[in-house]
Design a protein around this ligand. Structure first.
Ligand SMILES: [Zn+2]
Length: 314
């Protein structure tokens, strides 16, 4: 019995140990499986981590590339910032250009004014030649302006009714002389101040530009009307005031024949526009004094030719 018992116990012990071993083995297997699972998960995490890492890497790359890009931007910046040295090189060119422009402007204007327009030395002289090349001094106001006692095409006071005293007296005599001959004349426009001419001319310049404006309007200072010695007239019916249709009228013909007796000339004769700078204006009378007027009209020449001044280039 003892032997049998011992054998049973021994078997039990052995089986128990195997069971434990088995249990241990199983738990080891399980733990191994868990470890594998964990490994898988770990791998997955790792993968995620890898992805993250790769993202991170990408983002890092991006960051790097971003950081590179700014560097690339910086490089141009650096180039630009290096450019300052080159822009410093360029800047003198810019600086050169600007002064050259600013130099040109003041140079160009005097060239136009001094070369093509000279200021007359004796603006108060009765036979003074004023044209597109010969200007009165800026803001010149003639002496002894007075209102003309002759009818005008307009009513009311205006500087256009004024002339210098010497011219005014003779013009009134001329109008009276015409009337005796049955020719009625009307004043259109006599004195025009520098200020008025300036405003007028600037209005034309604003519309057509300087070069075009000066072809049909006098640059301030170059209008004979500013001398107080010139007047535009028309016939008694008031038609064709300072217009081409005044040519060929009885009044125009009378003026052609008689104006010089009173010291006036038809300042812009027909066919002399290359010299005077103006086309034929039979209505524009200019007081130059009797001697000069008679001389000019009998010779059939212009005031420019009479005083041997340079022809006005159109
Ligand atoms: Zn005129």
């Amino acid at each position: 019995m003892k032997k049998y018992t011992i054998i049973v116990l021994a078997l039990l012990i052995i089986s128990g140990c195997q069971g434990r071993y088995y249990v241990v083995e199983e738990s080891t297997k399980i733990s191994n499986q868990q470890t594998k699972k964990d490994d898988k998960e770990m791998n997955t995490h790792h993968n995620l981590d890898d992805q993250k890492t790769s993202r991170d890497k990408v983002s890092t790359n991006e960051k790097q590339s971003n950081t590179k890009k700014p560097e690339q931007i910086k490089q141009p910046n650096i180039e630009i910032s290096q450019n300052p040295s080159s822009s410093v090189k360029e800047s003198p060119i810019v600086v050169k250009k600007e002064p050259s422009k600013s130099i040109k402007k003041p140079v160009e204007k005097p060239v136009e004014n001094k070369d093509s327009i000279q200021v007359v030395a004796q603006p108060n002289s009765i036979p003074v030649v004023v044209n597109k090349s010969l200007s009165l001094p800026e803001n010149f106001v003639p002496q002894n302006l007075m209102y003309l006692n002759v009818p005008f095409i307009f009513s009311g006071n205006s500087e256009k009714r004024m002339m210098r005293k010497e011219a005014a007296i003779e013009l009134e005599r001329l109008f009276a002389g015409a009337k005796k001959d049955g020719v009625t004349l009307l004043g259109v426009s006599a004195y025009r101040s520098y200020r008025t001419q300036k405003a007028l001319f600037e209005r034309y310049v604003a519309i057509d530009g300087y070069e075009k404006a000066r072809t049909y309007s006098a640059v301030p200072g170059t209008s004979e009307h500013q001398t107080g010695l010139a007047i535009d007239v028309t016939g008694g019916n008031g038609k064709c005031p300072a217009e081409d249709c005044f040519a060929g009228t009885i009044e125009a013909a009378w003026l052609e024949q008689n104006a010089a007796k009173y010291g006036f000339i038809i300042r812009y004769p027909k066919g002399k526009d290359m010299i005077t700078g103006y086309k034929y204006e039979p209505w524009h009378l200019r007081y130059v004094g009797k001697d000069v007027a008679v001389d000019v009209s009998t010779k059939g020449i212009t005031l420019e030719e009479y005083f041997n001044t340079l022809p006005v280039s159109k």
